[in-house]
Design a protein around this ligand. Structure first.
Ligand code: URA
Length: 205
């Protein structure tokens, strides 16, 4: 028990150190935009010892104003999907590939993904989740490439809800790609898929 508590504290401490590095990341192409708008970097939040880690794309305006991931409209929907499988935000860990808001919520550029990727990899290695749920095509493509999965190049429409797995230094990790919650605002028909994929996620835990 003491050991568990200590290892969670160590994880928390290592995550905090990483978050501070991102705060000082002035070589990021998004750093000046952050400063100019008085935005905050959005590192990630939740249980440092979570079994489930959600990875989204990049912060939107609400996230950049608060420094917290998924607190806008997509976040409200994510919260309701979590409660549909009896989970709370505090049970899981939620982060993004890109840790600063891209202007006008445009898609992240490759250079932006590249600069924040090592931080995401470190977050994964610290938290050591059993399941990674990727939200949307950017996070899905990133994780598929990272672990050299055979689904490389497949569209999110083909692989959402498909359970993949990979060996890692800390054991087997399941990966489940999902539509991004915000995609449902543009196409209501995707809601049923997302709800079903959350149910699949529940069965994995
Ligand atoms: N969309 C994302 O991908 N991440 C957030 O944190 C908010 C919206």
């Amino acid at each position: 028990m003491v050991n568990d508590t200590e290892s969670i504290r160590t994880k928390e401490k290592r995550l905090n150190q990483l978050a501070q590095e991102i705060t000082r990341l002035d070589r990021s192409p998004l750093y000046q935009y952050r400063k100019k708008n008085d935005y905050k970097p959005v590192f990630g939040e939740g249980n440092p010892d979570a079994d489930i880690m959600f990875i989204g794309e990049a912060p939107g305006v609400k996230e950049a104003e608060t420094g917290r991931p998924f607190v806008g409209r997509a976040g409200q929907y994510l919260n309701s999907l979590l409660s549909s499988i009896d989970l709370k935000r505090a049970d899981v860990y939620i982060t993004n590939i890109v840790k600063d808001r891209p202007p006008s919520n445009r898609n992240p550029h490759a250079a932006e993904i590249d600069i924040y990727a090592p931080f995401l990899c470190k977050q994964i290695n610290i938290i050591q989740p059993k399941v990674i749920a990727t939200l949307g095509r950017f996070a899905t493509a990133f994780i598929i490439d990272l672990f050299h999965l055979p689904q490389a190049g497949k569209k999110i429409g083909e692989i959402h809800g498909v359970i993949m797995h990979t060996p890692t230094d800390f054991g087997k990790v399941y990966i489940i790609p999902m539509y991004h919650p915000a995609a449902v605002f543009y196409n209501r028909n995707l809601a049923g898929f997302l709800e079903k994929d959350f149910y699949t996620l529940k069965l994995l835990c």
